[in-house]
Ligand binder design. Structure first.
Ligand code: ADP
Length: 527
């Protein structure tokens, strides 16, 4: 027997519609890649997004069509998201930091019809457009004055100017596709994760719980995590739902720029990857300044080093929540909210609502949740992928419907998850597993270390042994022994790195994580 409640499909337009009706004056601040700050509010975003929808419809975009964006976080990008999704088309976010070759492959695979790009991304467009025949039109997220003469693009501002803002949003099934985001393809071809309105809606609500992102309408949210990286962790939905002021920082994510924006806008909450938080911290330490309004940050995407969390919490009084997730999970899987500032939340935390997790051994058998036994982490939930776009016939779930995250983890009796490695990075020494993440964290706490990475190197007796690679802080010098002495007592004896190597820079991938594939090629097998 069906319940007797109203039909209210969970479509994403409702987030912005809610913000317009009940938080219409709440500000949305954008910093252009070129530096200028612009201000508007949710009412403006809503009106302009509808005008954009109108332009899309007039171009002939229909449900299920893919419209790509190649842009950093900005108000125009936000309008584009809602304008595309509102009419049932699919917003395909492209990561401008990917190599042009991979971007072209992704655009072709998705068969994108339009591409919206920042003026900053014109050089990338010039490389990929000749290889992307499905693109019918390029819209530059800019005004007429920023249009390069030779691109054949239209300016977003001219394209939406004077258009009607009355088009209808929603009015389709909640399982309609809304967004498309390709994983970076560190193994094999990139794979498209196709979010639905329902999955993003439910994920957006889950992120708003007090122990997840936990911000309210009184907060000022700085969305550092890019809108092209795994759905911006749901911020583009959660902030309008809560009625929070939203600050969109563009491409400048260095410590000085982030700090300046935080201070001028009164930012209270922010979310991003650990390398951004490292950069901000180095700036604070160097300039002897403190954030005056920031209360909480969420760090995810790769393991947050203990030293980083401690410094933010103990020295600056800023709560650090450690989050884990992946593109296939929309993306948040777990969050760890520390009980107080004196106790950093080192592990990756508890499953958020709508996510279920388990650990198995290589044969798929359950691994005990004792906080010690390592296992393959498998997940299922309302916002977890069940197949990849245009690869629907490949089964990516096990017989019980669980998705293998490719991560190795422990779970303790209290349900706290600790990621020890990616399965492909785990170091197998004498039949036992060594966690590269734990050694990296311990080494990164050395006062002279800017960044630390650990990879497995072949070893005649043990199969594999850890090699520690360190990027020192500018101007610092250190010996290998100094680092080995520092690790003494901080990690198990048999985990002690075989050697320590210093490099000028540890390579980072397109989403700001240490690129171990490149590191291995550079360090173990230099050409
Ligand atoms: P990719 O970086 O391959 O494009 P994602 O951005 O979806 O893909 O990354 C997901 C992966 O990032 C996870 O499977 C996990 O290995 C890693 N990861 C994310 N957050 C954390 C964290 N807090 N600690 C350790 N690893 C993390």
């Amino acid at each position: 027997m069906p319940g007797l409640m109203q039909d209210w499909p969970l479509t994403l337009d409702r987030f912005l519609e809610h913000a317009r009706r009940w938080h219409g004056d709440r500000e949305v601040v954008s910093r252009a890649n070129e530096g200028a700050i612009t201000r508007c509010n949710y009412t403006d975003i809503h009106r302009r997004a509808k005008q954009f929808s109108h332009a899309l419809l007039e171009h002939g975009i229909v449900r299920e069509d893919r419209v790509a964006t190649l842009a950093f976080n900005s108000a125009r990008h936000l309008e584009a998201w809602y304008g595309i999704m509102g009419i049932g088309a699919v917003c395909h976010t492209l990561n401008p930091r990917l190599p042009a070759e991979q971007l072209a492959w992704i655009v072709n695979h998705a068969a994108d019809r339009l591409i919206l790009a920042d003026a900053l991304c014109v050089p990338i467009l010039k490389q990929i457009l000749p290889r992307c025949p499905s693109i019918e039109r390029v819209v530059l997220l800019a005004d007429e004055s920023q249009l390069p003469p030779d691109l054949g693009a239209v300016a977003y501002e001219s394209w939406i100017a004077g258009r009607d803002s009355g088009c209808v949003w929603g009015d389709f099934a909640e399982d309609t596709a809304a967004g498309l985001c390709y994983t970076s393809g560190t193994t094999g071809d990139p794979k498209g994760v196709l979010y639905s309105h329902r999955s993003n809606y439910l994920h957006g609500l889950s992120t708003l719980m007090p122990d997840v992102l936990g911000f309210s309408g009184r907060d000022v949210v700085l969305a550092i995590v890019p809108m092209f990286h795994a759905n911006a962790w749901g911020l583009a939905f959660a902030a309008p739902a809560a009625g929070a002021k939203l600050v969109l920082p563009g491409a400048r994510l260095d410590g000085a720029s982030v700090f300046e924006l935080m201070e001028t806008e009164g930012v209270t909450f922010s979310a991003g990857v650990p390398t951004v938080w490292q950069g901000l911290l180095q700036f604070l330490e160097r300039e002897h300044v403190r954030p005056t309004t920031l209360k909480r940050i969420v760090s995810g995407g790769s393991a947050a080093p203990e030293a980083l969390m401690r410094t933010y919490q103990e020295k600056y009084g800023i709560e650090v929540r450690h989050g884990w997730g992946m593109t296939e999970m929309s993306p948040i899987g777990t969050v760890n909210s520390p009980p107080d500032l004196a106790t950093p939340a080192l592990e990756q935390g508890r499953a958020i609502f709508n996510v279920d997790m388990k650990l198995t051994d290589d044969g798929g058998h359950p691994v005990p949740h004792d906080g010690k036994s390592f296992g393959h982490l498998k997940v299922r939930g309302a916002a977890v992928a069940r197949a990849y776009f245009r690869r629907e016939s490949e089964n990516i779930l096990d017989a019980g419907g669980w998705f293998d995250t490719g991560d190795i983890a422990t779970l303790d009796e209290g349900g706290i998850l600790r990621i020890t490695d990616r399965a492909k990075d785990v170091i197998k020494s004498g039949g036992e597993w060594i966690s590269s993440i734990d050694i990296e964290n311990a080494a990164a706490a050395h006062p002279k270390a800017a960044l630390a990475a650990v990879i497995g190197v072949p070893h005649a007796k043990w199969g594999e042994r850890p090699l520690l690679i360190v990027q020192l802080k500018p101007g610092a010098s250190a010996s290998a022994q100094e680092f080995l002495d520092f690790l003494e007592g901080r990690i198990a004896r048999w985990w002690m790195p075989e050697a320590v190597q210093f490099v000028d820079t540890i390579p980072l991938g397109a989403t700001g994580k240490i690129d171990k594939k490149r590191l291995r090629a550079d360090v173990i097998d230099p050409a």
